[in-house]
Design a protein around this ligand. Structure first.
Ligand code: F6P
Length: 498
């Protein structure tokens, strides 16, 4: 067990960040890294040389190297479900069989895209992508980040069961020229199946002759899609070992590939593959996802219950929502992979927003509140909009100023105007936001999540915590025995008439 290392981490003397910079002149070079066109600066965290060494020893004790090898070799890293985690195979870095299968399925996806582009589905102008959680957050992030100037199909995303969401999603789509993509790993998810039914009715109501013929299913359970009336030529499969929140690289990315074009989709995979290679081969102290996980663990041990991510780039405004699922659904657990309570903080709550908007709304608490929130700033050195360069200069200056202000603080005789400083932050600076760097960025977050899980000894690839609520919703819908229902829930149901 790694008790000795955890103890050393907990009892490590706390030095202020600005003191750390003075004490360690080479601090910036040791805690900043460049991988796949992305600069990562973790020097404004409280990691010092000794802590990194202790964490590296801790990771050895926790069997990090073997766990990482198992991930890339297709070993069973999701023991509760008896599955490997094959998202790395989608970008060519997994077990040879899994890589071959992923590549064959990608070719099928490409063939379908070619057929759509070649007119096999008649005139197509739009795509309605239906899915929820991991079956939508990734593709939506990709299209919002990279598709703003794209000339590809107009892709709209629909996830919520709320009919308002449906109305909004189809608002500017023409049913006569829209294809529907229903993405669901299990093909049992209530929201997705209900929205798929609504989409078929929407097509039929507009006079589309064969609504099912305009439906593409993406799933790890093709038999369920066929049973739902979708012809197998329009069913794109992915492996059961690809977790929903890790699935954007697979056929789940079909809508993004339609919006962005095939070349961009491949560049995305290449960027992720580059980060895979870094994570797989870099030594602990230079391994960016692992070092980031060291800082995550340090602050979680010190009682930080949240971590905030601010995208200083409008194109990445969906990144915090994407990371919420990735990190909270993966590591929001309280028992180890073998079922033992691990008695320490697991994943913090991930939250965030966009800069500079967030500065005028929530940063007050970051600078002067009583809770400590490690903040992460994500930005791109180059802009890609039509406005004057000054916009981007101001945007970046603001991002960097926040990190500096949080770290240095500023004393004042007036307590209201005093900034304590010593508040940690990390900065991720892309040279430019393109498919390759976005692929590497997302893969960085995936591997950081995995590294956190290994340090904690938890399985990041299952999510049983979401099941109970689904089950109770079903039971309520089926008419539970009134006598067993608690008074609060019963009153709510009566009031709402459901
Ligand atoms: O309820 C949680 C969850 O299972 C996520 O893990 C998943 O990404 C989402 O629902 C959607 O599941 P599916 O792709 O099977 O429809």
């Amino acid at each position: 067990m790694a008790g000795k290392q955890w103890q050393a981490i907990d009892s490590h003397g706390a030095r202020r960040l600005d003191e750390l910079f003075k004490a360690e002149p080479d601090r910036l070079s040791r805690l900043s890294f460049e991988v796949a066109g992305i600069y990562f600066d973790w020097s404004k965290t409280h990691l010092d040389t000794e802590l990194v060494e202790t964490f590296a020893a801790l990771s050895e004790k926790q069997g990090f190297a073997a766990a990482r090898e198992a991930l890339f070799a297709g070993g069973i890293v999701n023991p509760s479900e008896g599955q490997p985690a094959e998202h790395v195979a989608e970008r060519g870095n997994g077990a040879p069989d899994a890589v071959d299968l992923a590549s064959a399925r990608r070719q099928r996806m490409r063939a379908l895209i070619d057929a759509i582009e070649g007119g096999a589905f008649g005139d197509v102008t739009g795509v309605l992508h239906i899915g929820i959680g991991g079956s939508v957050l990734g593709p939506a992030l990709l299209v919002d980040a990279l598709g703003r100037r794209s000339v590809g199909y107009k892709v709209k995303f629909l996830s919520n069961i709320d009919g308002e969401a449906f109305d909004e999603a189809v608002g500017d789509l023409d049913p006569a020229t829209t294809l529907v993509v229903a993405a669901s790993k299990t093909f049992t998810t209530t929201e997705t199946l209900a929205n798929m039914g609504a989409a078929l009715r929407w097509l039929a109501a507009a006079g589309v002759e064969d609504p099912h013929g305009r439906l593409i299913a993406v799933t790890a359970r093709p038999e369920a899609a066929v049973e739902a009336g979708i012809d197998e030529t329009r069913v794109l499969q992915f492996a059961p070992g690809v977790g929903g929140r890790y699935s954007l690289w697979s056929s789940v990315g079909v809508s993004a590939a339609l919006a962005l074009g095939w070349d961009m989709f491949e560049e995305l995979l290449e960027g992720a593959a580059e980060m895979d290679r870094h994570f797989r081969f870099a030594e602990a102290a230079q391994n960016v996802p692992l070092v980031a996980a060291f800082a995550d663990r340090l602050y979680a041990r010190q009682g930080c219950q949240t971590r905030a991510v601010f995208a200083y780039d409008e194109r990445l405004r969906l990144l915090p929502a994407y990371l919420q699922q990735l990190e909270m659904e993966s590591n929001g657990k309280s028992v180890t992979a073998d079922g033992k309570p691990f008695g320490q903080a697991s994943a913090p709550v991930t939250w965030g927003g966009t800069g500079t908007d967030a500065q005028h709304a929530v940063f007050q608490l970051l600078h002067q509140g009583t809770v400590r929130v490690p903040a992460e700033f994500v930005a791109a050195a180059e802009a890609d909009h039509s406005q004057a360069d000054e916009h981007h200069r101001l945007l970046l200056l603001n991002a960097f100023a926040q990190g500096a202000a949080l770290m240095h603080g500023r004393a004042s005789d007036d307590p209201q105007r005093s900034y304590p400083g010593d508040r940690p932050s990390s900065t991720v600076l892309l040279e430019r936001l393109d498919a390759r760097s976005l692929g590497a960025l997302i893969a960085f977050y995936e591997h950081r999540t995995f590294a956190n899980a290994v340090l904690l000894g938890i399985n990041p690839f299952d999510q049983f915590g979401v099941e109970l609520g689904k089950q109770i919703a079903r039971e309520l819908g089926e008419g539970t025995d009134e006598a067993t229902l608690d008074p609060s829930t019963r009153a709510l149901m009566e009031r709402a008439g459901v």
